[in-house]
Design a protein around this ligand. Structure first.
Ligand code: AMP
Length: 122
């Protein structure tokens, strides 16, 4: 069973967030620890924990996360310059909040690839 997370509290307005978009199925708000000049999180209101937990019945809302990302990019004027959308899954993916979310990063050229070999020191 999915446990409530801090994102459920944002959906329920129990804690504040800088909300930039909302409809019946999706909410988008600023990331509290931005990794780019624009860093938004787009989440389904349904509490899906990880990419592994997406079911066929969720395909519509998961697709909607992407159309909302593109709408925000167009509305905020960075669609043509470009941006990145990312979903992290579980520990190796760097997921820390177990409520599905699409990161939308923009506002500067973004580095790639994200993986860097850790240098082990004696
Ligand atoms: P991830 O590591 O992919 O699970 O991403 C979780 C993101 O949620 C991180 O980028 C955090 O900075 C962000 N975050 C955590 N708590 C909050 C919050 N209360 N409001 C906005 N963003 C948050």
């Amino acid at each position: 069973m999915n446990q409530p997370t801090i994102f459920s509290k944002i959906i329920d307005r129990e804690i504040p967030a800088d909300i930039v978009y909302e409809d019946d199925d999706v909410l988008a708000f600023s990331d509290v620890n931005p990794q780019a000049p624009v860093h938004l999180l787009i989440i389904p209101k349904k509490p899906i924990a990880t990419v592994n937990d997406i079911t066929p019945e969720d395909e519509k809302v998961v697709g909607h996360l992407f159309t909302v990302a593109a709408k925000i990019a167009a509305d905020k004027g960075f669609a043509a310059d470009g941006y990145r959308v990312v979903m992290n899954c579980n520990d190796d993916g760097g997921q820390t909040v177990y409520h599905l979310h699409l990161h939308l990063l923009a506002g500067k050229p973004l580095g790639w690839p994200p993986y860097q070999e850790r240098i082990k020191r004696a």
